[in-house]
Design a protein around this ligand. Structure first.
Ligand SMILES: [Zn+2]
Length: 176
């Protein structure tokens, strides 16, 4: 019997697995998938296609959601016939909000959570002493006139802000 598996098959399955993983929601923010959040770092498929390894990096250390995510990933892939799924948790390099996809940021905003500010330092207009507070636009009306009410929002990943224009309080997903 000739081995019909080729690299193309393996790559095809790998791409398929990425698509399936887009169906796995983040347990804390169900509108955003673990792929859009940037948690899934790599997908490796074994040559016989019977097993795969998914590498994930936790968003915040000690986030209990990671156990749920690992279980959900295994369940979704097994539903699609991948018999053996191995989850590898990689802590380094640490997850950064910069890994969140544009799609993910848009979904976050639609959900009413201000997406994390891009960690780009504009030294031309801001002095280094004044860059502690990020510019957070209101996800509802888009006003940049907002104030941080509490460093701790509904979860430790978020701060609570209030818009000075529409007066709505909202969560800001902290950049880090
Ligand atoms: Zn507003």
């Amino acid at each position: 019997m000739v081995n019909t598996h080729t690299d193309a098959d393996t790559n095809g399955l790998q791409a398929q697995i990425w698509q399936w993983l887009e169906q796995v929601p983040d347990p804390e923010i169900p509108v955003i998938s673990v792929v859009d959040l940037g948690i899934v770092r790599a997908v490796e498929v074994q040559e016989d296609q019977a097993a795969c390894k998914v590498v994930i990096t936790p968003t915040y250390s000690g986030c209990p959601a990671m156990k749920v995510i690992a279980t959900d990933i295994v369940a979704v892939l097994q539903q699609h016939g991948v018999a053996e799924v191995q989850i590898e948790t990689r802590l380094s390099p640490a997850w950064s909000t910069d890994w969140m996809s544009e799609n993910g940021r848009a979904q976050l905003k639609n959900y009413g959570i201000a997406p994390p500010a891009q960690q780009v330092v504009d030294i031309s207009s801001i002095s280094r002493l004044h860059q502690r507070a990020p510019l957070v636009a209101c996800p509802r009306c888009g006003s940049p006139s907002t104030v941080c009410i509490s460093q701790f929002g509904s979860t430790s990943c978020k701060s609570l802000y209030q818009c000075k224009d529409c007066l709505e309080p909202f969560d800001y997903f902290k950049a880090h």
